[in-house]
Design a protein around this ligand. Structure first.
Ligand code: 5GP
Ligand code: SF4
Ligand code: MG
Length: 480
């Protein structure tokens, strides 16, 4: 398989986000604000809130963390009974500008609407080229913008019908929310790659990427949105006022998707992406990670003095490993949690002097010890290499790297951050070559079968394409 053009499309590939929508609550924008805080791990590049008031949609968005983008006055000003919010992710040096921040608000002949999604629309480049040749003028480089253009051309007045018709042309992984002049429409792609769930708070409904955001606002989890499901929740009585009240959700399915397909939920949500206090299809993410760590230990016969994780994403797996192996769990490094967007990285001369701001090993803990360092994933291998070096410099006698997922060998095209396959350390190297490169005394990964056994049985089918190359949604054109 050749991935020659992956570099050119890296912007789309790196997009991965969080969405949060409210229907029928007098404090809709305030709920969105707290919901976004709970989803901040899903995107730190930009944040936005759109609110429906008096049939009009008002939007505020900006670059940076939720705390940087919104003031108290903004939240007070964004009055309305329904709202839609979004956080967007991108890698350093790969940042879309403010024009790509979501929600994207548009005025169409069917009415004003705002769009926000998490995922990647694989055929967006082709659809966009066709629409542009037909005269459409795009405002952003976001793949999501093809959807309003398709809706405007659908000839259908009803936004729900127009959206369903448009989504039958779109292929890819998406969890999408649309704020209309009546309420919110939410849709999950027929493969169900990205998470999206429904919750309830007083008389209001909430749709969001992860259950931790429901917890954050005190809402009750109702259910996952089904693969291929389109849910419409209308504001009752005073649409667009700040009175708040919602009608019960009404569901239909894209292209008769219901019952036709299984699900291909992204396994990386369990491994790295989701917050440990979220549940996906009834499985708690922390518990899942712990089980993966246990499995690593079951496959091991290592004697070591301590087990450590890498804050924050591998701590669950590391505790699982330690418990199963009966080796003490320790804090081997401390991470500075207060490094924001505006952090000025130390220049090379200072780095050579050993200036370490982001992460510091606990010398007294690791010195002279045989350390098991558990991380959740290895993508380019740079993190492992750096940390092994750091631990050895702090006096660790041996460093054994254990990764609670399989080698990441294929790029993701469904909305998670990955490099081109040239940057994936496991794409071409053997395990022994990787071990040598990162300077570890030993190295082990999990197998895909371990993931499927531990997660798959309860979660249904899982997308494991970055480990196996079996892409559940066929790739097309430049993505192939
Ligand atoms: P590597 O350094 O091998 O490229 O990446 C692996 C490390 O990055 C792991 O510590 C993992 O927790 C973290 N990681 C995995 N996926 C992502 C991602 O999509 N974005 C970011 N920022 N970190 C990731
Ligand atoms: Fe998730 Fe990997 Fe599938 Fe991408 S390829 S959706 S990261 S499992
Ligand atoms: Mg990590």
């Amino acid at each position: 398989m050749g991935f020659v053009k992956t570099r050119d499309i890296s912007r789309e590939i790196r997009e991965r986000c969080g969405v949060f929508a409210v229907v029928g609550h007098p404090k809709a924008s305030e709920l969105c604000y707290y919901g976004l805080y709970a989803l901040q791990h899903r995107g730190q590049e930009s944040a936005g809130i759109a609110v429906l008031n008096g049939g009009r949609i008002q939007t505020k968005k900006g670059m940076g963390l939720v705390a940087d983008v919104f003031t108290k006055d903004d939240i007070v000003r964004l009055r309305g009974g329904s709202a839609l919010a979004h956080v967007r992710y991108s890698n350093v040096g790969d940042e879309g500008g403010i024009e790509d921040a979501q929600p994207i608000s548009v005025k169409m002949w069917q009415g004003q609407m705002a769009f926000a999604h998490n995922g990647n629309l694989i055929n967006a480049p082709r659809l966009r080229a066709r629409l542009e040749q037909d005269g459409s003028i795009f405002q952003t480089t976001s793949d999501c913008e093809v959807i309003p253009h398709l809706m405007a051309k659908s000839g259908l007045n009803d936004p729900v019908k127009a959206l369903i018709k448009s989504l039958s042309d779109v292929r890819g992984a998406y969890s999408l929310c649309v704020l209309t002049s009546k309420g919110v429409i939410a849709a999950k792609d027929p493969h169900g790659v990205r998470p999206l769930c429904l919750g309830k708070l007083d008389g209001a409904y909430i749709i969001c990427s992860e259950t931790c955001a429901l917890d954050a606002v005190g809402a009750e989890f109702i259910r996952e949105i089904d693969p291929g499901e389109v849910v419409f929740i209308e504001e009752a009585e005073h649409p667009g006022s700040d009175v708040g009240r919602a009608k019960p959700p009404v569901s239909c399915y894209i292209d008769g998707a219901r019952g036709k397909r299984g699900m291909d939920l992204c396994v990386f949500e369990f491994i790295y992406f989701a917050r440990p206090d979220s549940d996906l299809y009834g499985i708690n993410v922390h518990a899942a990670r712990k089980a993966l760590g246990r499995r690593l230990a079951q496959k091991d016969s290592l004697s070591a003095d301590l087990v450590m994780g890498i804050p924050d994403s591998s701590l669950s797996a590391a505790t699982g490993y330690a418990e199963e192996a009966g080796i003490p769990y320790e804090m081997g490094i401390v991470k500075n949690r207060y490094i924001g967007r505006t952090f000025i990285a130390p220049t090379q001369p200072l780095r050579e002097l050993g200036v370490k701001i982001k992460i510091n090993p606990l010398r007294k803990v690791v010195s002279g010890k045989r350390v098991v360092m558990v991380d959740d994933s290895m993508v380019r291998g740079t993190t492992s290499k750096y940390l092994v070096g750091l631990l050895k410099a702090a006096g660790a006698k041996e460093v054994h790297v254990r990764i609670s997922s399989p080698p990441y060998r294929f790029p993701c095209f469904y909305g998670i951050d990955t490099s081109s396959s040239g940057e994936l350390i496991a794409a071409e190297k053997t395990q022994e070559q990787i071990r040598e490169l990162i300077g570890a005394d030993s190295l082990a990964f999990l197998d895909v079968e371990d993931l499927e056994e531990i997660l798959g049985r309860r979660a249904g089918n899982l997308c494991t394409a970055c480990f196996t190359g079996n892409y559940p949604i066929p790739l097309e054109g430049e993505y192939r």
